[in-house]
Design a protein around this ligand. Structure first.
Ligand code: CU
Length: 165
């Protein structure tokens, strides 16, 4: 499912690039790279209710900080992609390891069953916010965007621990 998503994303980026050739007048002047933003914020309408804003840096292959404690309730994660690849910020309620299938792929069914949720992957040099109303417990933070060798970033150590008190 994620692979399909990435293919679609690649196709849509290509589409944007092609459209861009004949549509220079609509370029976003505020974005000096000229690229379309890839961030899809989660629940921006809840940000005003956030009791805490957590800044987190995403890069190859780590979250910084990689251990975070927040109070239960509405929390905004302000995620900066400081790396050179796309990164996501995904949450696995209950903590523990990211589940994998027998084929060695991240187990999307098991993740869905566990109630995993995510800030979708976004491009380098972007900052993207995700706001959630969090219940107490532990959550594994992870990124399973694939590296150039096709390995999920989590396998390279891109994991962390969120404790909600
Ligand atoms: Cu990543």
């Amino acid at each position: 499912m994620r692979r399909n998503h990435q293919r679609l994303l690649a196709a849509s980026l290509l589409g944007i690039a092609l459209l861009g050739c004949g549509d220079d007048g609509d370029d976003d002047a505020a974005d000096d790279s000229g690229d379309e933003p890839t961030c899809v914020p989660v629940a921006p309408e809840l940000e005003a209710d956030a009791a805490e804003v957590v800044e987190i840096s995403l890069e190859e292959y780590a979250f910084t900080p990689n251990a975070i404690t927040v109070p239960a309730g509405v929390v905004t994660f302000e995620a900066s992609n400081d790396g050179e690849q796309f990164h996501e910020l995904a949450f696995l309620p209950g903590g523990g390891d990211v589940p994998f299938t027998d084929e060695g792929e991240p187990d999307e069914d098991a993740l869905a069953e566990a109630g995993a949720f995510e800030l979708e992957g976004f491009a380098p040099n972007e900052t993207c916010n995700a706001t959630y109303d969090l219940a107490p417990g532990t959550y594994t933070l992870f990124c399973i965007v694939e590296d150039p060798e096709g390995e999920p970033h989590s396998t390279n150590g891109m994991v962390g621990l969120l404790t909600v008190e």
